[in-house]
Design a protein around this ligand. Sequence first.
Ligand SMILES: O=c1ccn([C@@H]2O[C@H](COP(=O)(O)O)[C@@H](O)[C@H]2O)c(=O)[nH]1
Length: 236
Amino acid sequence: MQSSIDPKIIVALDFPSQDPALALVDRLDPSKCRLKVGKELFTRSGPQLVQTLQRKGFDVFLDLKFHDIPNTTSAAVAAAADLGVWMVNVHASGGEKMMVACRERLETFGAEKPLLIAVTVLTSMGAEDLAGIGITDSPEIQVSRLATLTRNCGLDGVVCSAQEAPKLKAEQGADFKLVTPGIRPLTADKGDQQRIMTPTDALKAGSDYLVIGRPITQAPDPLAALEDIHSEVMGL
Ligand SMILES: O=c1ccn([C@@H]2O[C@H](COP(=O)(O)O)[C@@H](O)[C@H]2O)c(=O)[nH]1
């Protein structure tokens, strides 16, 4: 489900429990950001927390990166749609049959269906990491390959790094959504991310949505960090 306003910043609520997550959320404005619930918080606090966030007016990206056989994965995305989330994702490396099964299952939800996107190459991975799993192409080539597969399966877009955004927008078209983690303001720690970009550069490169976690959640003043990023990218 899509809000009438379209905030570009998605705050990754990577917290160990719902109390610190809600302490931050209660200071946030749904007109300025969306929220991402990932594996840690969902495993702790589950669907109830997602419903709480939605009742507070936020669009929720349920980032569970499903990767399983088509029957299991399509049932999982349907469960996410039942929850009313705005966006849900699977791994593109789950392959064509799995992605098509997910897309077809979500079509039964009509206008209420969440955006379905596929993870290409994790932003924490570089060329050496890909070689370690037997992929000798560069991240850029592997991301393009998986993005093409994803688009051919009829999904709404991909998770990629902003570094790949110009190539993907040219190859896949303007409507194919690019959701980009690995966003780092100039002064922020890189942490475990490898393929990174600043918020401004990412939007200029063609990112549709910026997924930002630690630069906001671990900042001494998370609200100020979000406001800084928001005013930096406003109008882009
Ligand atoms: O390729 C990917 C896919 C998902 N993520 C998720 O995004 C956030 C990024 O958090 P930061 O603290 O800003 O690094 C996190 O929840 C990841 O699970 C990603 O980083 N890369």
